[in-house]
Design a protein around this ligand. Structure first.
Ligand code: PLP
Length: 387
């Protein structure tokens, strides 16, 4: 048998995507993977059809079609007052996923380290491994999922090249405060680090304010801001994202991106330009509709016997299972997907392997139609008897 690489052997299949497959097998309501089951905006879909009909079907420029990059820069300027040169500071990628790995590969050498806040979106672990980097974890602790600045400082060594940040946060729903961001920024400036800032949930916000860390003093030149169409415009299957960075970092990211994927789908970039030009009311409605879903799910989880707090941002609820079962998170999630048929993700998927912190938690995703969430609520209503 040909052997597989040490890198490929050192991480497991995505638990989230495995849970989605189990949902299909059991006919379960899928609250595992974070993708919407409702329609994308009509104007955005029409723009994609029109682009294909107009034969925009060949490679775009590797680092992104000019109108799309211009739309990204214009939106960042409109929303946050950022000045970004679309010619030299934007790389369009295949989703935020590629933006993150291309950025890490562009900055971090094998044997170097990156700091990752834990719990973390599960891709960041394999991202580090694929780059040959060692992740150093810094705990986010409930109830506010805040971190200890001394622990953060202690995690930075002479080999550290960057800090991975995700706000609003998956899976905790935390929105990092201005003060917390300034603590991270101060350390990044002092130790000459790059912040890889995944802001894919910027518009899915219920409390507080989203502050891009690139807007803090001295941070534009050392931040890679990562985003995508996926969540904001409900098109996770389109695989269109981007990285915004200084011209120096961007030229490295563009090279890595070119050889990883060549480029993101050309007609979908054309539609992306239309999406990014949607009026402010679109984002207000988006956040409002997610608030309704959040409140419905949190109410249903409390009624079913879970302990959980409403998230401040993103579209996940981390729920404590202690009141319902003695099983660990994985056993409970596997039972739940089979009976009563609700897919979730075991909490430990968001902590490093073997960490105990996630064992009493499971994650529910709520980018779903109200009727889907009601169906899940009905199924969950009976689980208390299962103990
Ligand atoms: N970043 C975070 C924090 C996510 O939660 C997700 C998806 O769940 C992604 C990135 C993936 O983004 P994309 O689908 O654009 O690759």
């Amino acid at each position: 048998m040909p052997r597989i690489s040490r890198k490929a052997g050192s991480f497991t299949e995505s638990v989230i995507r495995e849970m989605t497959r189990l949902c299909v097998a059991h006919g379960a309501v899928n609250l595992a993977q974070g993708f919407p089951d409702f329609a994308a905006p009509e104007a955005v879909k029409e723009a994609a059809w029109e682009a294909i009909a107009a034969d925009l079907n060949q490679y775009a420029i590797t680092w992104g079609a000019k109108p799309f990059r211009e739309a990204i820069a214009a939106k960042a300027s409109r929303t946050y007052g950022l000045t970004i040169d679309p010619e030299r500071q934007i790389t369009v990628t295949c989703g935020a996923t590629e933006a993150m790995i291309a950025s890490i590969l562009a900055v971090v050498d094998p044997g170097e380290e990156i700091v990752v806040f834990e719990p973390f979106y599960e891709n960041y672990g394999p991202d580090a491994i694929l780059a040959g980097a060692t992740p150093r974890f810094v705990s986010l602790r409930p109830p506010h999922w805040s971190f200890d600045p001394d622990e953060l400082r202690a995690a930075v060594t002479p080999r550290t090249r960057g800090i991975v940040l995700n706000t609003p946060n998956n899976p905790t729903g935390k929105v990092f405060t201005g003060e917390e961001l300034e603590t991270i920024a101060a350390l990044a400036r002092e130790r000459d680090l790059v912040v890889f800032s995944d802001e894919i949930y910027e518009h899915i916000l219920y409390e507080g304010r989203h502050i891009p860390i690139a807007t803090l003093p001295g941070m534009a030149e050392r931040t890679v801001t990562i985003n995508a169409l996926s969540k904001t415009y409900s098109v996770t299957g389109w695989r269109v994202g981007w990285a915004i960075a200084s011209p120096e970092l961007t030229s490295a990211i563009r090279k890595v991106h070119d050889f990883l994927t060549v480029g993101a789908a050309a007609p979908l970039q054309a539609a992306g330009a239309v999406a990014l030009a949607l009026p402010a009311s679109y984002y207000e409605e988006l956040a409002g509709s997610y608030r309704e879903r959040r409140d419905l799910l949190v109410g249903a989880l409390h009624a079913a016997g879970f302990a959980c707090a409403p998230p401040a941002g993103a579209y996940y609820v981390l729920a404590d299972i202690t009141g319902l079962t003695d099983e660990d998170d994985a056993a409970f999630a596997r039972r739940l997907v089979a009976d009563p048929g609700v897919g979730t993700v075991p909490g430990s998927s968001f902590w490093r392997a073997g960490a105990p912190a996630g064992k009493r938690l499971i994650r529910f995703a709520f980018p779903k139609k109200i009727e889907t969430l009601r169906a899940a609520a009905e199924r969950l209503a009976g689980i208390r008897v299962a103990r």
